[in-house]
Design a protein around this ligand. Structure first.
Ligand code: PBG
Length: 325
């Protein structure tokens, strides 16, 4: 058989395959989500996220040191607030001495070079488990945005490098940028969860923070998974309002959105490989149905191939370990 072109030539050995690989993962790609709880010397495994933990601040700091040693440069903080501190307005979210604010300080005091990103949304502090203030059964936009702006300033005050609003209220990026400017936090970045979908895959995360909505769902603020063009609208508006990085979330079922957003914006795009995606790989691996390490690399590579510049993932440490192997 005569063939002018033989595509298998470039696949015939590990050497040639690695030389022509289009996509490469490095520790610089990863953002590590961390769950923080009150107390001392606490390490609690999250039931629906095997081998992932909630740490008290002291153990969080130890973990961050290890991450930095491994070459990981960014963490994204979430706190599990005590039930008695929760109210409708998320008052605890802006407590200068709250768990989030103390965590930021503790990390920046110990590993100042680590980029500290912080979740900005009311759900961990809301007695309703919603990302916004509830009035007459509705999640009210504008009063929520005011609290989110105060929360962002409070995180910046504590030393956060980036705030990461994950709430999907309208106009919050512009309001947060304005509040940061007015308070002279001109170096604080905003990583906007721009295209965040109402997803069933957030379940394990809500276990981790005990933050499941007390009534209804999040469909009046998070996006409908039937939509693609709307993701571009959200991302472009967030960039216009001052987002430094835009995010697509969840990850795996939304690779088309990652590519669409990447093609539309002129800022870095991040993707969140969320808790349900983590749990699925863990569960299948436990059953012996897939090879966990291979599934991790293939999944994370698919995000970069789709166009993500950054990947928030619970697999970051595993990935670095596998890549170094
Ligand atoms: C809420 C928030 C959620 C996640 C990050 N921030 C859950 C939700 O919107 O209900 C999910 C992350 C994950 O599932 O890994 N502001």
């Amino acid at each position: 058989m005569y063939l002018q072109r033989r595509n298998r030539i470039l696949r015939q050995s590990p050497a040639i395959r690695s030389m022509v690989a289009e996509t490469m993962l490095t520790p610089n790609d990863f953002i590590v989500p961390l769950f923080i709880t009150e107390g001392e010397n606490i390490t609690q495994e999250i039931a629906s996220m095997p081998n992932y933990f909630r740490y008290s601040i002291d153990n969080t700091v130890k973990e961050v040191k290890e991450l930095w040693r491994m070459g990981i440069k960014s963490v994204l903080l979430f706190v599990k607030s005590k039930d008695e501190l929760k109210d409708n307005k998320g008052t605890e979210a802006i407590n200068p001495n709250g768990l989030m604010q103390r965590s930021i300080k503790a990390i920046k005091d110990t590993v100042p070079e680590m980029l500290v990103m912080t979740d900005v949304a009311l759900d961990p502090f809301s007695s309703y488990g919603h990302d916004g203030i509830v009035e007459n059964g509705q999640i009210v936009n504008d009063p929520t945005v005011e609290v989110l702006a105060q929360m962002s300033v409070s995180h910046a005050q504590a030393g956060a490098d980036f705030v990461a609003p994950s709430d999907m209220m309208d106009g919050r990026i512009g309001a947060i940028r304005k509040a940061l400017e007015e308070n002279n936090f001109i170096n604080t970045g905003i990583m906007a969860y721009s295209a965040k979908y109402a997803s069933c895959f957030y379940g394990p995360f809500r276990d981790a923070l005990d933050s499941a909505p007390g009534f209804g769902d999040k469909k009046t603020y998070q996006m409908d998974y039937a939509n693609r063009i709307e993701a571009v609208k959200e991302a472009l508006m967030d960039v216009e309002e001052g987002a430094d990085i835009v995010m697509v979330k969840p990850g795996l079922p939304y690779l088309d959105i990652v590519r669409e957003v990447k093609n539309a914006v002129d800022v870095p795009v991040s993707v969140y490989n969320i808790s349900g995606e983590y749990a699925m790989i863990k569960a299948a691996a436990k059953m012996g149905w897939i090879d966990e390490d291979k599934a991790i690399l293939e999944t994370l590579t698919s995000f970069k191939r789709a166009g993500a510049d950054l990947i928030a993932t619970y697999f970051a440490k595993d990935a670095v370990r596998i890549l170094n192997h």
